[in-house]
Design a protein around this ligand. Structure first.
Ligand SMILES: [Zn+2]
Length: 150
């Protein structure tokens, strides 16, 4: 993606923080490890944006309604501001309908991957919905498809 001038940005709900399952320093270590694994494969992320909140579970300050928890588009808009992203030329790749919806609300086209929760999400759609939503077996196939069709 980088060779062709694209950015790669991670947008992730991490309500485990609100739920008390992990704290922000621990999440930072998870992200460090992820970036280390990517680097070993010659890849990198241009940014990681996460929502630590949950509207109904956990303690303040994490328990609250926010504009960054997908399907809200807040993290995409934050990434757009910080990294000067052209949202109209971007793709939101995710394994859940809320990922696609967050993209839609930010004016970003969506592509569902069949890994993670993606297979079940596709099976829950009507044939017309499946037809209308680009989907790919995994992230690598998604990237190849985006590069080939852009
Ligand atoms: Zn949030």
């Amino acid at each position: 993606m980088h060779e062709e001038g694209w950015l790669a940005v991670l947008i992730t709900n991490q309500s485990g923080i609100a739920r008390g399952l992990l704290d922000e320093p621990t999440l930072a270590r998870v992200h460090d490890r992820l970036e280390q694994c990517l680097a070993e494969g010659g890849a990198r992320l241009d940014g990681i944006f996460y929502c630590p909140h949950h509207p109904e579970v956990g303690q303040a300050p994490y328990r609250r309604e926010c504009t960054c928890r997908k399907p809200a588009p807040g993290l995409l808009l934050q990434a757009q501001q910080e990294l000067d992203i052209d949202l109209g030329r971007s793709w939101m790749v995710g394994d859940a309908p809320r990922d696609i919806e967050a993209g839609r609300q930010a004016g970003v086209r969506g592509l569902l991957v069949e890994t993670g929760k993606g297979r079940a999400a596709l099976e829950g759609m009507t044939a017309a919905e499946r037809e209308a939503l680009p989907h790919a077996a995994d992230v690598l196939e998604a990237v190849r498809w985006i590069l080939a069709s852009s």
